[in-house]
Design a protein. Sequence first.
Lengths: 231, 194
Amino acid sequence: MNKKLVTKESILISLAVLLIAVIAIMSLTGLQDKNKNDEIIKIKQLISDVENMEASVYILPEAYTTSPDIDVPSDVADAMYKRVVSEAEKYYSAKSGILADRIQVLQMAVKAEIESKDYRDKNHFVKKINFISVDVSGDTATVIADVTKQSTTLGLVPEGIDISKYKTSDKKEEMKPEMKAKLQEDIKNAPKKLVTFTPGGTMRFYYNLAKEDGVWKITSRKGDYLPGQGP
Amino acid sequence: MALIIVVTSLFMTSNVYASYDRINATIYADTWALGRNSNYPTNWGSDCADFVSQCLHEGGGLPFDDIHGWYIYKNLTGFYWGNAWSVAKDLMSWLLYYEGDNYQGATYIGNWGPDYQPDSNSLIQFGDVLIYDWGTGDGWSHAAIVADYGQDPNSPYYGNLQDQHTTDRKWAIWHLRYYNDNWATTTIAVIRPN
């Protein structure tokens, strides 16, 4: 009965067990943090890559970007349409509708570049990405990022048109159809000048991602211009 | 007695519609394209739909539709409004899908994808509402109003011109290509209030 319940040895053993437990928990947490940080790095790289792809995948080869009116052969156009599919498949999930949506939009962009004979992009690129948040939870993640892009675009514009000649009244009213037709005819016949534009803007994007076979894929992506940062 | 019945039945069977004054809507648009009317909130960052709604209401004469969210009022604590007034895609839905007791709805003129957006679009009229989808997954997210025809003063383009807020513009070419790095993915819908 006089036997001591708490001995020096038992205290030391308890402290040792406690210390081991603390070290184990810290190691585990550190490992988890490292794993999470690795995932965040991968996700940031994916977002950067997909935005670079989105900006540039529909830009025509250099030989066709010196003037908007250069015809694009059908084999070049077909290769562009195929490239859109293979590039989009790298980043977007085929399990949600987003892959088909992005292919449709980006192939339409290729068509626009080919068919708009007075306007064509020379390049379009990401200037800056500012990650607002990256949240990872198991095999899903959400990202918010501000993406700034800019293009160098060529336009063929008419020269020497005096718009005051076509306005018949100071009143606020539609231009008369015959004057509109004359203006259009004069624009068609006017000499054209090649001009370069550099439009740009910043969009806030919201992404959802999921891991598919160990690889992050984007399951949704929505972006709109920040106030005052759009067209 | 017969006269009273006839007059009463006339009121009961016919609605008094407000018809849209599109020229006046464009005059309002030109007046406030680069400014803010202090009768409305002046500190919204994204106020494109609010601006178009003002044009339709103040200039165009369309009455508020409290039931379907196209309204803005002010009380002692400030402004309160419905989504159809302030959000581009909701404004579009309201224009297309609702007709009130005193509002005749709108006509969908069409939409133009990036492969065909002529500077001069013969189907567009003064006072038409333009709704933009940038092709970046957010759907119809920007609104403007057709306000003139001629030369865009800030670009070398001639054609249909629009006024807009958020990025304030007066008489910008309607397709905004000159200003839009996403022009190749942008689709524009044209809606005409009746």
